[in-house]
Design a binder for this molecule. Sequence first.
Ligand code: G6P
Length: 548
Amino acid sequence: MSLKSINPTTTASWELLNKHFEAVKDVHMSQWFAQNNDRANQMTIKWEDFYIDYSKNRITEDTLELLLKLADETKLKEAIDKYFGGDIINKTENRAVSHTALRCPKDKKVFIDGVNVIPEVFEVKKKIKDFSNDIISGDRKGYTNKPFTDIVNIGIGGSDLGPAMVVDALQYYKNQLTTHFVSNVDGDHVNEVIKKLNPETTLFVIVSKTFTTQETLSNSTTIKDWFLQSASEQDIKKHFVAVSTNIEKVKAFGVAEANIFPMWDWVGGRFSLWSAVGLSISLSVGFENFDQLLSGAHKMDEHFKNEKFESNIPVILALLSIWYANFFKCESEAVIPYSQYLNQFATYLQQAIMESNGKSVDRNGKKVNYQTGNIVWGEPGTNSQHAFFQLIHQGTKLIPSDFIGFVKSLYGNKEHQDKLMSNFIAQTEALLNGKSEEEVVLELKRQDVSDDNIKMLTPFKVFEGNKPTTTILINKLTPESLGKLIALYEHKIFVQGVVWNVFSYDQFGVELGKQLASTILSEINNDVTIVKHDASTKNILEYYKKLT
Ligand SMILES: O=P(O)(O)OC[C@H]1O[C@H](O)[C@H](O)[C@@H](O)[C@@H]1O
């Protein structure tokens, strides 16, 4: 059974939200804090090692009530049951969406097409575990009998971003192996990586769900050719492994059958780091840590599945995002992790969020008459404070921001951590309260600035405040807490897709460019007259051909 199609704008709650929006849109949040001493407590969810304070958002209790009503009216509960129940909710590709099954304990059962998939999930997990252990311990060696020193993950999109983000985020937990990622079809990318490698001690992990992706196949071929300059064909089986659903294509490429890690079509590429797509994670931090990542995600799954909506973290964060996107008409959201380890988190989320909900046709195939999708962006604090925070504080755009921080630093350097976290806390305070004209004048007076200058400077130094933020404070960055955090955003995506009535798990929007690129490539490679393009494309193509 697929999901029901309900246009959210036809619900009673949507209409009420529209009216309510008119009443609250200009209210300064600081008023609500002044009126209700308990606001912060009422709008904080404490769950396991997570502390989520969403009180610094442009909402009242009434807003929340209406948003929760919207979730009910768009049948969110039923949709969650279908999601976890292995139903074909990815209707346009005729697939279940069951990446959550990958992080289930062994004794659970998840039926897809009438088959409990947990045993096969655990079979593959065992293969990942044994293989990781053999490589990390040095028991499995390269073609000159040396232990491996380097791992190269060759993949793009979901076969790159998730593993790359997690390996970077968990570098504190890393072993002696150096992990590289090659994704772009830009030959300079693969060559820069090759430069650092010794073929005798490098393991190549080709990751492609479909095994048809141009970038991944080109990079794999280039790497294989480079490898064969020093090794022989029979050495390939020692150095090349692959993760894919397309076993035949992998074999045709020359990877030995024993070196293939299967995955399933019910795992979407951008949600696949929990499968064998995460092999490079397991190789980098060891299987135990990889398993902890999965168990953290499973805890979030259980929370999402069972918690009532008013204290359900992914549900609340998703509804807030809808409030801003559809009523405040915010175009984008920022995710600001106060941890350098989460440097690649926003990049990872861009695919997860924008490829999922960047849709303009509803589940009935009709064009939507409301906004969907979020533009998501961000960089770690404090670096971002010195870069784009000006616009968040004083620009004309309203940018709801998630502030993600960790109470403890991994190296336990309290001096740095206190400085980092004082910024983390101060920024959301500044964004909430701003700085009034009176405060600015007083401050300038204290600095002995002349009255004329005070008059001139004041408008530029006023901060309106009233900028929404959500604080996600986690005890410590561990594989488990990272798993919870990623799963939180995955479920947030799901909720938004349900309410927006779109299919979140296909990605037809990436196809057209691929098709046209293949035509253009043949026009570049063959001496044909270029005719079938608009004038601009034709000119660029001819210019490129002339200069190459
Ligand atoms: O894993 P692959 O089949 O190689 O796909 C890699 C990526 O490419 C596609 O174009 C999709 O947009 C992504 O969702 C996918 O993750």
